[in-house]
Write a protein that binds this ligand. Structure first.
Ligand code: ATP
Ligand code: MG
Length: 224
């Protein structure tokens, strides 16, 4: 097998850097070129292509907010493709600069799944054998998400979040923003509305380093 294929995807089972990124398996071979969302989102993908070019400079990469009120427009698909592009650019860039690539340069945070783990150990009368692994997973994920250079926060606009969960989510975003790390958000609420939930100082900082892209059209879910 090609050594760089092994570096990205690993030997059978371990998943390599793509596995460490926590990307759902259906997204593992997605790129911005083969993304099914490209066809219906021509304007969006002009911006997406420009954004991917910034991965190759070695400079700090801006954050991006992928928004549409309508579900199923390709936001998560595009965020996953961006993550894969970042992994490749990081790997190649490091080799070109004679540096050792990170084992986990990027991570996919499914905000809903993370919230589910939170609820599993914060509800009364949840059996220990469910609560304990959920708590372990939850805090492991939080540590990774706070530090990884490139983070996808899929579905940041979760509606029914408790104050306690929201505080953890905000702490992750806060740490990342303070350290100039890169976020790609997907959401069904506009960035301005999402930022209203943050305190004003952090909201300003997020806004300063984050571009917003609006996905258009109706849901493509179920069409293939
Ligand atoms: N332009 C398109 N043409 C064909 N299929 C598409 C297109 N855009 C997205 N899809 C497909 O539609 C499905 C939903 O896409 P995706 O999950 O990326 O949407 P989303 O915007 O994240 O939705 P939600 O707002 O519900 O999270 C996926 O199976 C994806 O492959
Ligand atoms: Mg989505």
């Amino acid at each position: 097998m090609c050594p760089s294929y092994v570096a990205m995807h690993g030997y059978a089972g371990d998943g390599g850097r793509v596995g460490a990124a926590g990307l759902p398996s259906e997204y593992r071979h997605l790129t911005v070129n083969n993304s099914p969302a490209r066809a219906g989102q021509a304007d969006v993908y002009v911006a997406v292509d420009k954004y991917v070019d910034t991965f190759k400079t070695g400079d700090r990469v801006k954050s991006l907010y992928l928004y549409s009120a309508e579900p199923g427009t390709g936001k998560t698909t595009t965020a996953a493709a961006l993550l894969n592009e970042y992994l490749t650019a990081h790997y190649i860039g490091c080799l070109q600069r004679g540096e050792t690539p990170l084992e986990r340069p990027a991570f996919f945070l499914d905000v809903n799944a993370w919230q589910k783990d939170f609820n599993a150990f914060n509800r009364p009368r949840v059996p220990e054998e469910i609560a304990e692994p959920a708590a372990a997973r939850y805090y492991r994920t939080m540590t990774i998400a706070s530090k990884v250079p490139f983070l996808v926060l899929d579905d940041i606009g979760v509606r029914d979040a408790s104050d306690a969960f929201r505080a953890d989510l905000h702490s992750v975003v806060n740490d990342r923003t303070a350290n100039g790390l890169t976020d790609v958000y997907t959401s069904n609420i506009p960035m301005a509305d999402m930022l209203r939930l943050f305190d004003a100082r952090i909201a300003d900082r997020i806004r300063d380093m984050c571009g917003e892209i609006h996905f258009v059209g109706k849901s493509k879910r179920g069409r293939r």
